[in-house]
Design a binder for this molecule. Structure first.
Ligand SMILES: [Zn+2]
Length: 80
C-alpha cells in the first residue's frame, strides 16, 4: 500500500479503524505515522477550543443576566 492510498483513509484510521494492511503501513511508515500524530494533536486541541455544542439553559440565563446588568439588553418584561 502506498502513502497516497493510506492518506485517503486517514480520517477512518484516526477514528480507530483501519485494516491490518493499513495498520501495517502506519507501523512502518514514518511519514504517515507523523501525519496521524499531528492530526490527532490538532483534533485534541480543537476539542478544547470548540464551545459546548448544547449549552444548558442555565448558561444562557447567566449570559442574559450579565448582559442586563451591563445595560446591553433590556430586562424581559411580562407585560408589554
Ligand atoms: Zn505512508
Amino acid at each position: 500500500m502506498t502513502c497516497a492510498e493510506f492518506q485517503r483513509v486517514l480520517p477512518y484510521i484516526i477514528d480507530g479503524g483501519g485494516s491490518a494492511e493499513e495498520q501495517q503501513h502506519l507501523a512502518t511508515c514514518q511519514v504517515c505515522s507523523d501525519l496521524i500524530a499531528d492530526l490527532r494533536y490538532i483534533a485534541e486541541a480543537a476539542k478544547l477550543l470548540v464551545p459546548m455544542e448544547d449549552p444548558s439553559p442555565k448558561v444562557w440565563s447567566g449570559i442574559q443576566e450579565s448582559l442586563e446588568r451591563e445595560g446591553m439588553v433590556k430586562p424581559a418584561r411580562k407585560h408589554f
